[in-house]
Design a protein around this ligand. Structure first.
Ligand code: 5GP
Ligand code: ZN
Length: 153
């Protein structure tokens, strides 16, 4: 492979974010490592709204191997305070829409870093879900057991 050329074996055809990684679609890149790219959201929710993505194509967070998952979260942890400082924000929401029902429109994992400003009229991340379930203690115990079983805890 030509040094510096995009590794197209890790790309998915017709994925916008793979095309950004390959340099085929322009983006306002703010950070880059061998494994991770961060660029401004084209339709920002706030000044400085940044997307942090793995350079390899993966649709869901569960599809990331542990190395890539670590690389993405390391970048998020490093960038979030820097983005806040750059745009003089007071806080930030960090989130991933994982799957269509959760609002994922681009099927390539991306963490949103959304700077927040005192009095900006926004909501906490608790506002993303629909109606809250009314769960009894027994139901909460059962859910905890189901998840613990699923995670092998
Ligand atoms: P999702 O709903 O998948 O979590 O978020 C996708 C995000 O990608 C949206 O906030 C949208 O504005 C952004 N986006 C979609 N297409 C492009 C693009 O071509 N370039 C950039 N920089 N952002 C994009
Ligand atoms: Zn992709």
């Amino acid at each position: 492979m030509i040094p510096g050329a995009p590794d197209r074996t890790r790309m998915s055809d017709d994925c916008i974010f793979c095309s950004i990684v390959a340099g085929d679609i322009p983006a306002r890149t703010v950070y880059e490592t061998d494994d991770v790219l961060a660029f401004l959201d084209a339709n920002p929710l706030a000044r400085g709204h940044t997307l942090v993505i793995p350079k390899s194509h993966a649709r869901h967070v569960g599809d990331l191997g542990s190395e890539l998952a670590s690389a993405v979260f390391d970048a998020v942890a490093e960038l979030t305070p820097r983005i806040q400082e750059a745009v003089d924000a007071d806080a930030a929401n960090v989130g991933i829409n994982d799957g269509e029902a959760a609002g994922q429109e681009i099927p390539h994992v991306h963490a949103h870093v959304v700077p927040r400003f005192e009095g900006d009229g926004g909501s906490p991340i608790h506002a993303v879900a629909g109606r809250r379930p009314d769960l009894s203690d027994e139901e909460l115990d059962a859910v905890a057991d189901e998840i613990a079983d699923a995670t092998g805890a």
